[in-house]
Structure formats: C-alpha cells, structure tokens
Ligand binder design. Structure first.
Ligand code: ITT
Length: 212
C-alpha cells in the first residue's frame, strides 16, 4: 500500500529533518531533544551546507523563520531553526535578540559576552532576574513556515558556575535547584530549558508539516 495522498505511490519513508543552526551547542541539544521524534536528523555539516543568514528581523519569530526558510531552500529539506536569547530585567530585556553579538570586542566569544553582561550589571541591585527565550521555526522548501516558543526563568549570578551547556549558561541560575544551567547535564537541561519547551510545542507542527 502506498500513501493515499500520493495516488497510492510509495513516498520516501525516511522523514529527514535539517537542524538549521551553526551553533554547536544548539545542535547537540536539538539532536537529543528530537532523538525519539521519528525523524532522521541531519545537520548542515552532514550535507556539507555552509550558510550564514543575516539576522535582521525585528523579533525572534522573524529571525527564526528567516533561518528556517533559507536552510530549507538551500537543502530541499524540511528545516528547523532556533532563534533564542537571554533577557535581563535590569537591562530592560538586553541582550535579547542580540545575545549572540553582545560584546564590543571584535571576534568575541561566549566568555567575552558573559563578562560584558556582568560589567553592565555591576551597579544594578540583585537579584538580577532574567529569562531565556527560544523561538523554533520549521519551514518547508515550499516556503510554508510555522513557529513555537518556550521560556525558562531564573537569575544572573556574578560568578560563573559549571562547565556544561554553552553561551550564558554558567551565569544563569535556576533558583529552585540552586544550580546554574551549566551545572546541569544535558539530559537535565533538556527537561526544563526554553529550547526544550519550544521543541515540545513544535512537535505537533512537525507532524503536520511532514504529513502534508
Ligand atoms: P544560529 O543562528 O546559527 O542558530 P546563534 O548562536 O547565532 O546560532 P542566535 O542568533 O539564536 O543563535 O543567538 C542565540 C544566543 O543566545 C546564543 O549564541 C547564546 O549566546 C544565547 N543562548 C541561547 N540559548 C542559550 C542557552 O540554552 N544557553 C546559553 N545561552 C543561550
């Protein structure tokens, strides 16, 4: 029996999903979050795809959609992109959309961005409440795109703790656990993170887009 939506012809049974990000930390987390989803996960490196997408949207959804569509167009595969950031209350939501570029230093890395954030918070009263946000966009090569979101609330601390995760994880404390994101192993982070929640909210969209 073939697929009735395809006049009974057999379609490719393998449902390939491209993880549309150049951030190695995100790749690892998304691979684990989606490992039991039933989709064959493909990374840009797997298909030798090098693509830098300019993130000039005015919000997370626009950037995530732009990345997902660009990767879907370039690969011909359904593509899942993540646009995320850290929002700190005392900095009126900064670094937010600009979390990946938040440092005046040329060639800055994650550690430089954490240092810059802590410098900017120095004179602000604690606790430094903050949340991580993630918007996931899933796009088809046809241009159809849908998004899902997740948030994770905590606070920024002045001294780094832990070596796991990436980005701002060593200074992001989960007060109820008294652990930073970087002190959790990936399985634990993937049970409570902004990205985990966004992926959970994205699963019905994936099923729908692959079923069409
Ligand atoms: P892609 O666009 O290729 O996916 P990117 O790193 O540029 O990679 P974003 O523009 O979405 O991705 O930037 C998100 C930044 O927010 C990321 O580089 C980190 O600095 C921070 N961030 C997002 N999620 C995080 C997490 O789970 N832990 C720590 N920092 C995180």
């Amino acid at each position: 029996m073939g697929n009735p939506k395809n006049n009974g012809r057999f379609t490719n049974a393998v449902k390939k999903l491209l993880i549309a990000t150049n951030n190695k930390g995100k790749v690892k987390e998304l691979q684990q979050l989606l490992k039991d989803s039933g989709f064959e996960l493909v990374t840009p490196a797997d298909i030798k795809l090098t693509l830098e997408v300019e993130e000039d949207g005015k919000n997370y959804s626009e950037n995530a959609a732009k990345k997902a569509i660009a990767f879907a167009n370039a690969s011909g595969l359904i593509s899942l992109a993540d646009d995320s950031g850290l929002e700190v209350e005392a900095l009126n939501g900064a670094p937010g959309l600009y979390s990946a570029r938040y440092s005046p230093k040329p060639g800055a890395n994650d550690a430089d961005r954490r240092t810059f954030l802590l410098q900017n918070l120095q004179d602000k009263p604690r606790p430094w409440k903050a949340h991580f946000h993630a918007t996931i966009a899933i796009a088809k090569p046809s241009g159809e795109v849908e998004v899902a979101e997740g948030n994770c609330f905590g606070e920024i601390i002045p001294v780094e703790r832990g070596t796991g995760g990436f980005g701002y994880d060593p200074i992001f404390l989960l007060p109820k656990l008294d652990q930073t994101m970087a002190e959790l192993d990936m399985e634990h982070k993937n049970r409570l993170s902004h990205r985990a929640l966004a992926v959970m909210n994205a699963l019905p969209i994936l099923t729908k887009l692959f079923g069409e």
